[in-house]
Ligand binder design. Structure first.
Ligand code: CUA
Length: 417
């Protein structure tokens, strides 16, 4: 094959790669824009924006160097290539000491490139480390604690009711961090066990949660939104599905949410009509694969709206089922690990469930919080998220739930708005 034919075939082969790439990406425009739930390419707050800008400075500087060096290399390779048999066996040309002007110029250019990257890097390190001193008094302080395999969020400045006698303690939630828009959020990062890492790609990240040490991270959301978070440090079997959410609300909506969260667990009075209803046989839940996604397309269409819909009590609540579920929560010893303020459950091993019905996800952001997925989780937590502590508690204490018990517990948990 002649030289020219070979080049043509090479170009043709390279061109066939384009449709293959398009096919692999499902022709998804978002794939090319690098848009997704956990994309760092779409910053929604000042900290993520600073990090993104720094990324682009580094990309442009290194791309410029790559193009210049590549061009010189290509020129030299083509210009000085062997053109004949004699060229290939020729003596090397006389060796020189190089050109001092070019050498000094290259040293100068390298230093300049490093300075162009270093200045914004140092500025970014300072500005993302902590809230500016002038804004610190306005910041909302949060303590985020990593557990294998979920996140606890504590609001030290917001007191919540502990019992009907008036006792109070700082508000605690699990796996969903709700924040007001436009306010700097100063997050103290801790862990109770191994290393975890706190990362909300569109808002800020990532900073490790390290044993016996407090690390700091801050973020701010520009607008109301629903943001995906992820543990970014290997921490156990289900590290990849140790997720969380950040929900940013307008100040008024945030105040409403906070007020509701500060109340005790919701009481649902037993209605005589519900109590008189005959018990029905409950069918077994269908089976799922390990780690099978538990989020519906409808939920993902507008996750913030889906989250808002969870704040109101479900339609058609069955008060008899809820009260049976509440009894099971104690008799099956769920209360040994979980807190439901005002319902006599004060366990602290697992997430606080006082208002679990008002969260959009369960299982550390893995499943949508609906009755099917909640039941799937209660039935066999190990098959959903291998290595979690709830599955171990089931094994150690020989806990199992009948179909009827699963449904009653689901009704109770869903009533906790
Ligand atoms: Cu926690 Cu990975």
């Amino acid at each position: 094959m002649s030289q020219r034919l070979r080049s043509v075939s090479l170009v043709l082969r390279a061109l066939t790669a384009v449709p293959v790439l398009l096919l692999l990406s499902g022709c998804d425009l978002n794939f090319w824009r690098m848009e997704g739930h956990q994309s760092t390419m779409f910053a929604e707050g000042p900290v993520a924006r600073t990090q993104l800008e720094l990324f682009w400075v580094t990309v442009w500087v290194t791309l410029f160097i790559f193009v210049v060096v590549g061009a010189v290399l290509a020129y030299a390779t083509i210009r000085f290539r062997a053109r004949s048999e004699a060229d290939e066996h020729a003596e090397p040309p006389p060796q020189g000491h190089g050109n001092p002007l070019i050498e000094l110029g290259l040293i100068g250019a390298s230093v300049l490139a490093l300075v162009i990257i270093a200045v914004p890097t140092v500025k970014a390190i300072w500005s993302t480390y902590d809230v500016a001193e002038t804004d610190r008094k306005d910041a909302l302080e949060i303590t985020a604690t990593g557990y294998q395999l979920w996140f606890k969020f504590e609001y030290p400045s917001e007191m919540a009711a502990l019992d009907s006698a008036g006792a109070k303690a700082p508000l605690v939630t699990g796996n969903e961090l709700v924040i007001p828009v436009g306010k700097p959020i100063r997050i103290h990062l801790r862990t109770v066990d191994v290393n975890h890492s706190f990362w909300v790609p569109k808002l800020a990240g990532k900073v490790d949660m390290t044993p016996n040490r407090r690390n700091l991270l801050w973020l701010k959301a520009d607008r109301p939104g629903y943001f995906w978070g992820q543990c970014a440090e290997y921490c156990g079997d289900s590290h990849a599905v140790m997720r969380f959410r950040v929900i940013a609300l307008a100040p008024k909506d945030y105040a409403d949410w906070l007020q509701q969260q500060q109340t005790l667990g919701r009481e649902v009075a037993l209605k005589p009509a519900d109590a008189a209803k005959p018990k029905i046989q409950v069918a077994a839940l269908r089976s799922f694969r390990t780690n099978e996604t538990g989020v519906s397309a409808k939920f993902d269409l507008d996750p913030l709206k889906s989250w808002q819909a969870k704040q109101l009590p479900e339609k058609g609540e069955d008060s008899a089922l809820i009260s049976q579920g509440r009894q099971l929560f104690a008799s099956k010893t769920c209360n040994a690990c979980h807190t439901v303020r005002g319902h006599g459950a004060m366990g602290v091993q697992g997430p606080d469930l006082t208002h679990v019905g008002a969260r959009s996800t369960i299982g550390a952001g893995l499943l949508e919080n609906n009755s099917e997925q909640l039941r799937r989780w209660l039935r066999d937590p190990e098959s959903v998220k291998p290595g979690n502590k709830m599955a171990k508690a089931y094994r150690d204490n020989k806990i199992s739930l009948s179909n009827e018990e699963q449904v009653a517990l689901v009704a109770y948990l869903e009533s906790l708005k």
